[in-house]
Design a protein around this ligand. Structure first.
Ligand code: PSU
Ligand code: MN
Length: 311
């Protein structure tokens, strides 16, 4: 198997059974504007540390897979001049072989995290099932994030899936692929920029310890893989619903007008939200990812504690 360059601090924490949290890099390189992305990268690593865990931001640099980045490597990931490509799980082989620089999506990050021995991962929004293209009834644009969760024993904390997706279809597919979705202090699936969607969830947890317990049980049960912990955006950053619905309708029109497809859909839509909302969605995005990563760290700490008492 390809060797993963694990940062010394991350390696030491893993060897000692301490809590480690994986962080993705696509949200930095493709999801947030330059400048702001570097600040968010720093903040995410800080909140993980404050919660008592070690952050491991994951990316591919010069064809090498990294788990845990130095400050200079984070600078590189956040600099648009670096031209990082967006790497889903299928892109890892080509990027490694061709010596490329790339930022990993949830799917790519989950695969690498698991291979490195990291079980908990915090992000903004999970990819999902896109809305159908004009003239089509169903969409074949289904994020590989869903398969990665179904096949990789990791716990991912997200604020649901971006509201630009077909949420109902995404939840159905997660059920088909046997991924449990736990609402964190909620009975409803969160709506990314909004705290709630109309979709009810079957499972709810109210503490990081409960989430850790579910994940520990789930990954040991026969034939099981990942768990999605769905954490609503902090109330003070929730977007006004009318503004949200307007931005969404305009964004979908923009995709149609410009013929945007494939892996460009998510970055183009996020960029539209950020400019058209005058930065409101950017603050919301930062707040939710900070909150998710904090919760991921709390769960990782509980998990590490539970594992150490068992031994
Ligand atoms: N959530 C965000 N910002 C992002 C993404 C998610 O708040 O930039 C990224 C993640 O890396 C996710 C990816 O895995 O978008 C999904 O892209 P696609 O729909 O092309 O699979
Ligand atoms: Mn896609």
């Amino acid at each position: 198997m390809t060797s993963i360059a694990i940062a010394d601090e991350v390696r030491a924490a893993l060897a000692a059974g301490q809590a480690v949290v994986a962080l993705e890099s696509t949200i930095l390189s493709h999801g947030l504007p330059p400048g702001r992305n570097r600040k968010v990268a720093q903040r995410l690593e800080s909140v993980v540390r404050e919660a008592g865990a070690v952050p491991a931001t994951i990316a591919v640099l010069d064809g090498k897979v990294w788990a845990g980045l130095s400050q200079a490597q984070l600078d590189r990931v956040c600099d648009p001049e670096s031209g990082l490509v967006k790497l889903s799980r299928r892109d890892l082989g080509p990027a490694i072989a061709l010596g490329q620089d790339g930022a990993t999506t949830v799917a790519g990050t989950a695969a690498i995290a698991h291979a490195a021995g990291i079980g908990v991962f915090g992000t903004g929004g999970l990819g999902g099932v896109h809305l159908p293209l004009p003239g089509r009834v169903t969409s074949w644009d289904v994020s590989a994030d869903l398969d990665a969760l179904a096949e990789t024993p990791v716990l991912i904390v997200s604020s649901g899936v971006k509201s630009v997706l077909d949420i109902e279809a995404t939840l159905e597919l997660l059920e088909t692929r046997s991924v449990p979705v736990l609402g964190y202090r909620t009975d409803h699936f969160p709506g990314f920029y909004l705290r709630e969607s109309e979709h009810e969830l079957s499972w709810r947890v109210d503490t990081p310890a409960q989430a850790a317990k579910v994940f520990a049980a789930h990954r040991q049960a026969p034939g099981q893989a990942g768990v999605l912990l769905a954490n609503p955006i902090p109330a003070e950053f929730e977007m006004d619903r009318e503004l949200h619905d307007r931005l969404l309708a305009d964004g979908i029109q923009l995709l149609k007008d410009q013929g945007v497809q494939g892996r460009d859909v998510t970055p183009v839509l996020l960029e539209h939200f950020h400019t058209a909302s005058g930065g409101v969605s950017l603050d919301a995005n930062e707040a939710l990812v900070v909150s998710n990563v904090t919760l991921a760290a709390q769960v990782a700490v509980e998990l590490a504690g539970a594992e150490s008492t068992r031994q």
